[in-house]
Design a protein around this ligand. Structure first.
Ligand SMILES: C[S@@+](CC[C@H](N)C(=O)[O-])C[C@H]1O[C@@H](n2cnc3c(N)ncnc32)[C@H](O)[C@@H]1O
Length: 423
């Protein structure tokens, strides 16, 4: 029997129409709350757009030799993410997908089932009603999507045990108060970490989540490589590559450590010796530095961590996520796509492609913080700062971050020189 309210109303996202029991405000931002059955949060549309683009790229590269890509959409609700993967990825990827969609909510799954009915590739999808924590362990997966309410911690160890030789895991977290440091209790409890509440707190939160994933992977003889890390209004999302490697798992702490705000000279020297700052930074005092795990900084002095100290994204994947690629997936058959959806899709990836060129850099600089740090001047434009540093031969790009900022591999002294030249 059809669920109450079917066929409901059509909600448009990306290149598809998706039926829902009630009207959803497409422009809604922030957490959705539990709408009850038929749950869908339009504020997660950008997250899903990026998910399609990542599948498109990784399906042809990292997973290019996998004939049937086994995917678990572990907390699928009405299944819009799976439908977008199937409908918006190119044939060479979508034809190879074998998706299991799981949710506890029977009624949401009824909507999923009916929505899928007329989709070309619906025979590649199996719908399972039940607890994702059981379903994850049933087989090995090439791709696991974890999109829970709140913290993903209950699912991390399970997902790490269920990866194939090489797998991608995407993890959403909506416990932003914990991960940005404003709820220190839950942050310590769930992630065993602390976050100093300065202007890099969102980046620190992403890195704390990456560190939790890295530690969970290591517990199961696996290593992670961050592919994309984004803080998007009310949620964080990391996507990582997970591979089996006992040796790599033994060395997990090589990528973990601390972030220290306003470091003194000895902290800067330790960061240089650990390879976490360019040597040229000797004698300078950057706004923040990273320290390795074994540095044991004074935890009362502006310290965040343990967190992931390496790059938080993969340049190749990020470079593939252009606005043109985002526009492309909104096309539906012969139609060029809805202009509003195209605009939103482009917005969902804005700056990611450019930032790929500087994602390896050790400095993420919030430009509004520069004048008070230096003691003079006005906030410079991030794009002008990045341009000035590129002219000096460094990699520098405006960052997709919660505050106006840029990322660069330039030593701190060059950042200051550029700031002084510009103001
Ligand atoms: C944030 S929503 C998922 C949204 C969905 N991924 C999308 O893109 O529309 C979280 C979903 O997880 C389901 N859920 C929560 N705990 C679960 C569990 N242990 N096993 C299966 N489903 C669960 C809820 O019923 C809800 O539909």
């Amino acid at each position: 029997m059809d669920p109450e309210g079917w066929p409901g109303v059509v909600y448009h996202e990306g290149g598809i129409g998706h039926r829902l029991p009630t009207e959803v405000d497409r422009g809604r931002k922030g957490p959705a709350g539990k709408y009850g059955p038929g749950f869908l949060n339009p504020a997660m549309a950008g997250n899903r757009t990026r998910s399609v683009l990542m599948l498109e790229h990784l399906g042809k590269t990292v997973l290019g030799d996998v004939k049937k890509i086994q995917i678990l959409d572990a907390l699928c609700a009405t299944g819009i993410r799976t439908r977008r993967w199937l409908r918006e990825a190119s044939d060479s990827v979508s034809n190879r997908l074998s998706v299991k969609m799981c949710d506890m909510d029977e009624e949401a799954l009824e909507w999923a089932r009916l929505n899928l009915e007329n989709d070309k590739l619906s025979e590649n999808v199996e719908i399972i009603q039940g607890d994702a924590r059981k379903e994850i362990l049933r087989q090995g997966w090439h791709w696991i999507d974890l999109d829970p309410y709140g913290s993903p911690v209950p699912f991390l160890d399970l997902a790490m045990q269920a990866t194939a030789r090489k797998s991608v895991i995407s993890i959403s977290a909506t416990d932003t108060a914990a991960l940005s440091g404003s709820s220190p209790g839950p942050l310590r409890r769930r992630y065993g970490a602390r976050v100093h509440m300065d202007r890099l707190k969102h980046d620190s939160g992403l890195r704390v989540l990456l560190a939790s994933a890295a530690k969970a992977a290591a517990r199961h003889d696996r290593v992670i490589r961050p592919l994309l890390s984004v803080w998007d209004s009310h949620h964080l999302r990391i996507t990582i590559l997970v591979e089996r490697s006992k040796m790599g798992a033994n060395a997990v702490e090589e990528n973990l450590g601390w972030r220290v705000a306003s470091p003194d000279d000895s902290v800067v020297e330790s960061a240089i010796q650990a390879g976490l700052l360019p040597e040229h930074d000797s004698g300078s005092r950057p706004m923040h530095v990273m320290l390795p795990m074994n540095a044991y900084p004074d935890l009362n002095a502006g310290v965040s961590g343990p967190l992931w100290t390496g790059p938080i994204g993969d340049s190749g994947l990020m470079a593939s996520m252009s606005e043109a690629a985002a526009e492309e997936i909104c096309k539906d058959g012969d139609s060029d796509g809805d202009p509003g959806e195209i605009k939103r899709a482009r917005q969902a990836v804005r700056r990611i492609c450019d930032e790929s060129k500087a994602i390896h850099g050790s400095h993420l600089v919030v430009t509004d913080a520069l004048p008070s740090f230096v003691g003079e001047g006005d906030p410079p434009s991030p794009s002008k700062m990045a341009e000035a540093l590129r002219e000096e031969g460094f990699c520098a790009e405006v960052s997709r971050y919660a505050e106006p900022s840029f990322r660069t591999d330039a030593p701190w002294s060059f950042v200051l020189q550029a700031f002084r030249r510009l103001h």
